[in-house]
Design a protein around this ligand. Structure first.
Ligand SMILES: Cc1cc2nc3c(=O)[nH]c(=O)nc-3n(C[C@H](O)[C@H](O)[C@H](O)COP(=O)(O)OP(=O)(O)OC[C@H]3O[C@@H](n4cnc5c(N)ncnc54)[C@H](O)[C@@H]3O)c2cc1C
Length: 432
């Protein structure tokens, strides 16, 4: 088993920690790690943004990467936790299967998808990853391995989905895929001149399966809150179409960009370009480009420079969405920090049993801020607005928020052994 002492960070490149990383290749080796370490946390592909998959001792699942069984007739996959969603796509798409729920990145592990209970651009229709999760194997602090499903050990099942690794090490998972007959998506973009129009556009197009918006967080005056809504549906098969998952060929950012690259001027220019291109266009686009647009640019996190960045993602209930979003944008405008990407999504009901799933009926907004000296203060002020509007933050993105913001109290579940620096921050704060 590989074992190395290295500096580790997640996708935001902040914070950075010294950690002893174990990479077991079997359940027996996982057991050795669990028995050896007083505390540790599972780590998938480190694509959470903040400090969720960080601790002084890490168990990397990247060598637990075998597909155990693929039932191509029923679309059911059983695989080890370190299998990447991209690996699943390569074998499933040619047989006519795709994920019911996928996040906007395919280089995450199945274990990470379960532990964050990820959502996609179709949350009102399909919910989170857990909706299609049939069962998983979980190694607990005492080394025992438990099978969890909605019928067997169901409390532990729901504590683990979205439970950020605090209940144990997910060793493998079995989940249901969705039939597709084509790898092409029909896409429509709808431009909205104001925040009100953008939220209305989401409501008016609720018949579409997929929808996500980009919001111009810098626009002001009569354009305040303007944005573009990107809608899509799976296409029917073209005559003679051979199903294959075609990945976009892209490039990689070779080094950290200087910190001045993303400044209010360059971000404004980028926003103006996005807005002007978003004028009610209809067309077709490949699945990889629609679902995973950012995967085309390898290491794009380096654009934020060596100091890294923080992604602040929050969800507001429907009745507070407009006021809350307005207040968030106003708070940002008063600050010296400028978000680069801002992605708005509409969410449906959270099933009562999915206690740790992030999305609630309403809207979520994800904002990427370069890490500056002032950004922590801004996050504190944004936390206050989100809290006042009954919202919550997405723990898998969090690096700086106040302990109460995930509306999760680690004392209510989880095991002392499975400890991330995020959990440490939450435990240090006052309970809700
Ligand atoms: C560009 C980009 C786009 C994204 N888009 C979305 C999106 O649309 N929707 C969405 O929901 N998320 C999105 N995410 C977030 C991402 O999907 C989650 O953070 C996911 O959990 C990362 O998986 P990972 O394998 O990299 O896990 P890591 O980042 O390594 O870990 C994430 C969490 O899962 C836990 N964990 C990982 N593996 C296991 C295991 N085997 N057992 C127990 N716990 C485990 C870790 O302890 C940690 O708490 C995006 C991230 C990026 C970088």
């Amino acid at each position: 088993m590989r074992q190395e002492k290295i500096q580790v960070a997640n996708w935001g490149n902040f914070p950075v920690m010294d950690a002893l990383v174990y990479t077991p290749g079997s359940t027996d080796e996982c057991l050795q790690v669990v028995q050896t370490c007083d505390t540790l946390i599972a780590r998938g592909n480190g694509k959470c943004y903040g400090d969720a998959a960080l601790s002084s001792h890490l168990l990397s699942t990247l060598s637990l990467n075998n597909i155990l069984h693929f039932d191509a007739a029923q679309g059911i996959i059983d695989c080890e936790a370190g299998v990447l969603l991209a690996d699943v796509l390569r074998i499933a798409v040619p047989k006519g299967w795709f994920f019911h729920v996928t996040p906007g990145i395919k280089n995450i592990t199945v274990g990470g998808a379960v532990a964050s209970d990820v959502h996609g651009k179709n949350h009102p229709v399909k919910g989170c990853f857990s909706n299609f999760l049939l069962s998983f194997q979980l190694m607990r602090a005492d080394g025992s391995v438990v099978t969890c499903s909605k019928a067997e050990n169901s409390d532990l099942f729901w504590q683990t989905c979205g439970g950020m690794g605090w209940t144990g090490i997910i060793l493998s998972a079995r989940f249901q895929l969705m039939r597709i007959s084509s790898t092409t998506m029909r896409q429509r973009t709808v431009r909205a001149d104001t925040l009100d129009a953008l939220l209305r556009a989401f409501e008016e197009h609720r018949g579409w399966t997929y929808g996500a918006g980009w919001l111009d967080a810098l626009a002001s005056g009569s354009s305040f809150g303007r944005g573009v809504l990107y809608l899509a549906e799976h296409e029917e098969a073209q005559v003679g179409e051979v199903l294959q998952f075609e990945e976009q060929t892209g490039y990689s950012i070779p080094f950290y960009a200087p910190s001045w690259l993303l400044n209010p001027l360059s971000i404004r220019a980028h926003n103006a370009m996005l807005f002007s291109k978003g004028n009610s266009v209809e067309g077709t686009v490949g699945m990889d480009r629609y679902f995973y647009p950012l995967d085309k640019i390898g290491q794009w996190n380096r654009l934020y420079g060596r100091r890294g960045f923080v992604q602040y993602q929050f969800c507001l209930p429907e009745n507070h969405a407009f006021d809350g979003l307005k207040s968030i944008l106003e708070t940002i405008k008063k600050s010296s920090d400028t978000p680069f990407l801002s992605v708005l999504k509409r969410h449906g009901e959270r099933p009562a049993e999915a206690i740790h799933s992030f999305p609630e009926k309403g809207y979520s907004l994800a904002l990427d801020f370069p890490r500056t000296r002032t950004v922590e203060g801004l996050v504190n002020r944004l936390d206050e607005v989100v809290w006042q509007h009954d919202g919550k933050i997405y723990l898998t993105k969090d690096a700086l928020s106040a302990p109460r913001m995930g509306r999760v109290n680690p004392r209510d579940f989880g095991e002392a052994k499975f400890f991330s620096s995020l959990k440490g921050r939450l435990l240090a704060g006052p309970p809700d």
